[in-house]
Write a protein that binds this ligand. Structure first.
Ligand code: SAH
Length: 343
């Protein structure tokens, strides 16, 4: 299998090109075509000699990420894209317009092996990791399709980013590269179900990205029932790793908490959650659980969600109820899923 050229950073690209006995500056040209002009076809790289393209193509290709379908929400204009990959696998990505700018939500894997009980993305398990270049191309293709600027990127689509750690870190570095889209780390959020050693490793990467933790429970017993990853890491270990992350990066953390009626939305849960987070610089995002056909979880009423929020606020926890985008096109949190041909 040829390697994905779009996944190389500029240094790596230079090394490859020099190894082919070509001039180093060719790397900057090719990097610019891929990451600035968003071109994924060698034949369009008009200032690059064919002889170099021929040599490069012996070991590399630019992994294609092709728009197969786009659905637009009638409620809020959110767009969900279905992309086809080189091996006929599919991933979904979402484009959202907010007052503070446009945001893209990317998938990091084809499928997911985390098994969270309320999430559609994990049904069918993990197929494969995406390369850094494929994750980038989700953003690039959306920019080309919408002809709009993208100011924020969240790694909150299908997949567990920290289960594809190296590629995701590379993706973040390439996305914030000043010779590429130059999207500041501050405007990139990575969300994890809580893989503790990777949270600690991520704290040391020297990236300014925001870290979001999918907590969804206030005690280990409940968490284990809805998130198998909780069998490996306790909430206490997660909170400790988060404190370490803040210490290293000084970046405020986000906690995602899907409110599920009768499972994690009681007054007691609100008190427990406040207690867990009281010493952390963080923000809580409450997400009334979105419907997934295969599951029976119900979201609490609007009033119950508001009352949960008020309880946290009384305890001085920074909290918002997430404005759900794209529910009518199954584009909201936990609704992205693996598609197969002809769907
Ligand atoms: N695997 C990563 C990235 C996914 S982000 C993670 O777990 O953080 C998607 C977010 O939506 C996660 O917080 C996930 O737990 C949440 N989610 C999954 N299914 C959901 C549903 N049905 N309703 C609301 N949120 C859901």
């Amino acid at each position: 299998m040829k390697r994905d050229l779009r996944s190389l950073n500029l240094n790596e690209l230079e090394e490859e090109i020099v190894a082919l006995d070509e001039k180093k500056f060719r790397a900057i040209q090719i990097f610019d075509w891929m990451h600035n002009k968003l071109i994924d076809d060698f034949s369009q790289m008009s200032n690059v000699p064919n002889s170099l393209i021929d040599k490069l193509s012996e070991s590399f290709m630019i992994y294609p990420v092709k728009k197969e379908k786009m659905q637009e929400s009638q409620i809020d204009g959110t767009r969900k894209y279905l992309f086809r990959l080189h091996d006929d696998e599919y991933v979904e990505s979402v484009f959202m317009r907010y007052s503070h700018g446009n945001s893209v939500c990317v998938s990091s894997q084809v499928g997911c092996r985390m098994g969270c009980k309320f999430c559609a993305s994990t049904i069918g398990g993990l197929v494969r990791n995406l390369t850094a270049g494929e994750i980038l191309a989700e953003v690039y293709e959306i920019i080309k399709d919408t002809k709009e600027r993208v100011s924020n990127v969240v790694i909150m689509g299908t997949g567990e980013p920290f289960d594809n750690y190296e590629n995701v870190v590379k993706f973040i570095r390439l996305l914030s590269d000043e010779k590429g889209l130059n999207i500041s780390g501050r405007n990139i959020t990575v969300s994890t179900c809580g893989i503790v050693p990777k949270i600690r490793q991520f704290a040391k990467e020297n990236l300014s990205a925001t870290l979001a933790i999918s907590l969804h429970a206030t005690n280990d017993e409940t968490r284990r029932q809805i998130m198998p990853v909780a069998l490996s890491y306790s909430i206490e270990e997660i909170i400790d790793a988060c404190a370490y992350f803040f210490d290293k990066t000084k970046r405020r953390l986000t906690f995602e908490y899907s409110l599920i009626a009768g499972v994690n939305d009681s007054d007691k849960n609100a008190e427990e959650l406040s207690k867990l987070l009281r010493n952390l610089n963080c923000h809580v995002n409450l997400i009334p659980v979105n419907p997934v056909t295969e599951t029976a979880f119900k979201s609490p009423s609007k009033e119950a969600a508001l009352s949960f929020k008020n309880k946290l606020e009384k305890n001085h926890i920074n909290v918002t109820i997430r404005r759900e985008m794209g529910r009518d096109i199954d584009g909201a949190c936990g609704q992205l899923r693996r598609r197969i041909k002809n769907l």
